[in-house]
Ligand binder design. Sequence first.
Ligand code: SF4
Ligand code: SF4
Ligand code: SF4
Length: 425
Amino acid sequence: MPDVRNWQLGRSMTYPYPEHHPDWQFAFVFNINRCIACQTCSMACKSTWTFSKGQEAMWWNNVETKPYGGYPHHWDVQLLELLDGAHEAAGIDPTWGAAAAGAEAPYGSYDGMTIFEAAAREQPQTQQALGYLPADEEWRAPNIFEDVGPAGRPAPGSLGLEAAGAELPEHKAYFFYLQRLCNHCTYPACLAACPRKAIYKRPEDGVVLIDQSRCRGYRKCVEACPYKKSMYRPSTRVSEKCVACYPRLEGADPLSDGVPMETRCMAACPGRIRLQGLVPIDPDGTWADDRQNPINFLVRHEKVALPLYPQFGTEPNGFYIPPRWAPRPYLRQMFGPGVDEAIARYRAPSRELLAVLQLFRASETVIFRYEIEEGPKVFENEIDGKPWAMYDDTVIGFDKIGREVVRLSVEEPVHQRSAPHPNSI
Ligand code: SF4
Ligand code: SF4
Ligand code: SF4
């Protein structure tokens, strides 16, 4: 199998196809700390793409409550157990070794096996990627265990928690919401597994699509996708998945004015937790050093947003600002070793980060570049024993062709109504 470079693992890995990268990559950052689990995103997707007969179980976007919730049920625990079993059989104790080494290995390097490498060790090899096919009942109840956290002190070793439990500033009783859609992975397991070659990654924006006319419903993609975001629809007998709202991304939607527009699930989010964009990709697959691109800034420069289960090896292009209150061991197995640094940076945001965080859900137009106009210092304090100051800077977002689409200050402006009309609009 060819070797490909996976920057999230800080090393090369094997993948069934040679490296080939798009010019731009669809990517998004979700701030878990702000999600209220209103499911507006899930309904925005469903009312746009998956509302017809037979699509009851097609939740291309879903929001689940961790640690117990999941759609399909316990998808991540089941795959982590499979991967654990593969490591035990191979006598490997997987770790993230070596310190972070710049853009090449921002989280150090992972010396365990990916789902592709674990599958390749099996002789005879029966899968392209280690995976499983969920049973029908696991696709029912998309929001099972909503708002349920571990009751009392968790059993030692369970769910990745340390026997000693967690101490403040983390909470012993906790839960958080995980917002999920297809990650439009750099090395998609769904694509690798499809015997019909019905799945492809678009060269212009890295969006991963299933050609419905080629699909024969073998469900190899459902088995292989570690995030379980390729879904089989019994009424049509083919698989389907998130299409990244590609007409909006292409600027073909009547509302888009010819430039890329955020997808439905992103644009609908009232919690303002979502920022979606396109990042420029160099021919060798590295992200072009474009600091003024907000997604690039959050992921590669500030390192405040992390990939979901990077150890699976698909190089997902969805990134998460981890929740501050959840136990760190649980978060590290979910987002890798960058968790502590990401939370520290979010707790005491730099001046630039605080300005860029204002861009979340500020515009339906995809923001390709931002600029910051400096404002006065409005507040100062100590965070974790260190001085911290807040400035009322203004952040300006620009669309693909350089037009200003949004202008926001860090402090929200206050509008006072005149005394004769205190309750009028
Ligand atoms: S719409 Fe936004 S706040 Fe509501 S559940 Fe979805 S991601 Fe969370
Ligand atoms: S998340 Fe799953 S369905 Fe989406 S590209 Fe990655 S492997 Fe394929
Ligand atoms: S990007 Fe579009 S198709 Fe994909 S989950 Fe969001 S709304 Fe659905």
